[in-house]
Design a protein. Sequence first.
Length: 332
Amino acid sequence: MRGLDDFLAECDRGPRINELSGFFGSTAAGRSGKPVRKPMADTRLLPHEDLLRTLVALHATRQGHFDQHYHSSIPYRLEEECRMAHAVLKYALQRSVPLTLYSLGTAEGTMARTLSELAGGHIETLSCSPNPENHECFLAYGEPPHAEFFVGPFHRLTKDVLQGAPRLTKFANGFDLILEDTTFQMYSPNRAKQIEYVGQHLKEDGIFVFVEKFRTQDVDEYVRRENQKDHGFKARYFPPDEIERKKSLVLDSMFNNEVSLAQMSHAIRSQFRYCAMTWNSGNFYSLAASNAKDNLDRYLRQMEEPAIPHEYVYDTTLPRDPADDVATEQVR
C-alpha cells in the first residue's frame, strides 16, 4: 500500500488541483479564457455521413465554457474529437451489450454526454473533473440520459466510490473504453503509475485511449510546432495577450509534466500488448492501447481519416505502432 499512498500523494501535489486550480475554475465558469468566437468543426474535412453529421451538430450545442476554450487552443482537436466519438459510437452499436466509457478529466464531458444522448442506451458514460463549474455545464441542458459525472480528480475515483455510489454501481465491473484527454500531464510525468492506476478500471478486453502533448528530442522543433499552433491557429480565437498569459500561467507548468513519445510507449507497454497511434497535430498525439487485439482492430476500423490539414501533421503514417521507430521526428 505504501506505493499507492505515495502515488496518491504525488497526485495531490499536482499543479492541476493546486497552482492551476484558479485558471481551470475561472475558465470552466466562463469568467476568463473565452475565445472571441465559438469553435465550430470544419465539416469540409469530415466525410459526409449522416451519423457523423448528427453527432457534430449535437456536440456543437452541448459545448460548455471550458470545451470552447480547449477546442480553440489545439489545432483541429474538435474535428478529432468528433471523429473519435463517431468511431466509438459505431463500435458500440456493433455490440450486443451497452458499452461503458470513462472520460477522465475532460472538463464538462461534452463528448461523453453527446455519445450517451445519441446512443439510446447503447453507451453508458462517466465523466470526471475536479471543478464543480464543469459539472454545472454538464447539467446545463438537463440531466442527460445514460451519462454520469464525478466531481473530483481522477485519482479520487476509486473502486470503492464506484461500488458505493448508487448512480455509479453500473460501472463497478469496469469500463470497455477509457479516454484520458490531456489529464496526466497536469499532474506529473509518472505515466507508468498513472496508467496502472486508471487501468484498474478497464475491463480485460477494454481499450485505453490517450490524448497528450509530447516532448520532442529536438527542443527547437518543439518550440517551432508551438509557434505554429499559437500563431497559425490559436490567433483565430484569442488575442496575443491571452495567448501569452496562458503560456506563462499554464503551459510552462504542463511542460514539466510532459513525456516523450518513447517514454509514453514504454509506459503503455508495461500494461498493454497492443498500441496504435491514431492522430497527430503538432506536439499532440492520440494513442489507443489494449490487450485484446481484435477489439482494438475493430475500433480502429471504425475511424475515418484524420480531419486535419497536412501542415499540422508530423506523423503521416497512421495508424501505426508508436514503438516502431518511435523516436523518429519529421523535422521540416
